[in-house]
Design a protein around this ligand. Structure first.
Ligand code: ZN
Length: 243
């Protein structure tokens, strides 16, 4: 290959790489609440009593039946979660259906993004919104809260307040050797349920308040149950039945 040719190829490669990096950065730089309104965009705002949902759909193929079920779920589930876990929770929440978000769903502040592809494949899984709405209710702002517990509590709430879990084949993960309480989500949620049944029925409520007030420490488990979280987990593994 001639020197000239090599230089040209290097230059083109550099350009392509720069473009790729730039577009990637651009996608990530977009703020969570900066919703693309240039393509398909439909926005509804519905108020019932003290609760408001703003429903933004940016995916033309998204099923309106699922949309209406999610709106219904919001008005049914959110007030209950807020009543039990945070009476000062914000009363206006935004749902955004967008292919920009690649996971199932995620929450930042009061804005929840849902991936239409997930809901298309799993239309019964509307209670993923129950999990996300619990994150709105949690309203944690500190950085000391262990993420396994944040997610465990959100799935605990989905288990308690969910309206369609059975149809979605969603349940707390049965105990199996090899699990640990830091596995998060349904594994932690089942553990929390077990600890509440055996030691303190207000455990999750108290943990949640402490986390919101930035007062969570591992010591809290001892204060609330008389045992450390590791001791509790050990006892759980010995007899994980929930009666
Ligand atoms: Zn979550």
């Amino acid at each position: 290959m001639s020197q000239d040719m090599e230089k040209k190829i290097k230059k083109i490669t550099f350009l392509i790489l720069t473009l790729l990096v730039f577009s990637e950065a651009k996608a990530q730089d977009r703020k969570w609440d900066d919703i693309d309104t240039t393509a398909y965009y439909k926005k509804h705002e519905i108020i019932r009593k003290r609760d408001t949902i703003v429903f933004i759909n940016t995916a033309s193929e998204f099923d309106t039946v699922v949309q209406n079920r999610m709106i219904g779920l919001f008005f049914e589930v959110y007030p209950k979660e807020a009543k039990r876990f945070n009476k000062n929770a914000p009363r206006k929440v935004t749902f955004v259906v967008t292919t920009e978000y690649q996971g199932v769903a995620a929450t930042w502040g009061t804005l929840i993004k849902f991936n239409p592809k997930w809901l298309e494949k799993n239309p019964e899984d509307i209670d993923c919104a129950t999990h996300e709405l619990m994150h709105v209710v949690q309203a944690y702002h500190g950085y000391n809260n262990p993420s396994w517990l944040v997610e465990g509590i959100a799935d605990y709430a989905r288990n308690v307040f969910g309206i369609n879990n059975k149809k979605a084949n969603w349940e707390l993960t049965p105990y199996k050797t090899g699990q640990t309480y830091t596995n998060a989500y349904r594994i932690t949620a089942r553990f929390l349920t077990w600890v509440e049944k055996r030691y303190n029925k207000n455990l999750v409520k108290k943990l949640n308040t402490a986390m919101r007030e930035n007062l969570y420490t591992e010591n809290l488990w001892i204060k609330l149950t008389g045992r450390s979280v590791d001791e509790l987990w050990y006892l759980y593994t010995q007899d994980p039945t929930i009666t």
